[in-house]
Ligand binder design. Structure first.
Ligand SMILES: [Zn+2]
Length: 106
């Protein structure tokens, strides 16, 4: 099963081409355990799955994001949008929305 994590960037973000609001973000550069990451908080704020597939709270509390990672949003049906993110000492601090390379190739 292909897993990912959910990401909640600070502020509001829109498609750089058509300004569609982007609300849901996913990424595969973190733990890929359906964790929910919120910008500004070091540890996952939750895990989006049933009780029986959940990992231990200790493991989740020890998990951090990489120094740089990329997240994606499918909310714009016309463009494939990514955001490059950075974290400092495990805390997600920056989000830069950009048109994904996959979209630029098409
Ligand atoms: Zn768009």
């Amino acid at each position: 099963m292909s897993m990912f994590d959910w990401y909640r960037p600070s502020g509001t973000h829109v498609c750089p081409v058509c300004r569609t609001s982007l609300l849901e973000w996913q990424g595969k550069d973190g733990a890929c355990a359906l964790y929910i990451w919120q910008q500004g908080i070091a540890v996952p704020i939750g895990q989006d799955c049933d009780e029986d597939c959940r990992g231990s709270a200790e493991v989740m509390a020890a998990t951090r994001l990489p120094v740089s990672f990329t997240i994606y949003s499918d909310d714009c049906g016309r463009h494939f949008v990514a955001a490059s993110c950075r974290s400092v000492e495990g805390i997600w601090t920056e989000t830069h929305v950009e048109l994904s390379v996959y979209d630029l190739k098409s």
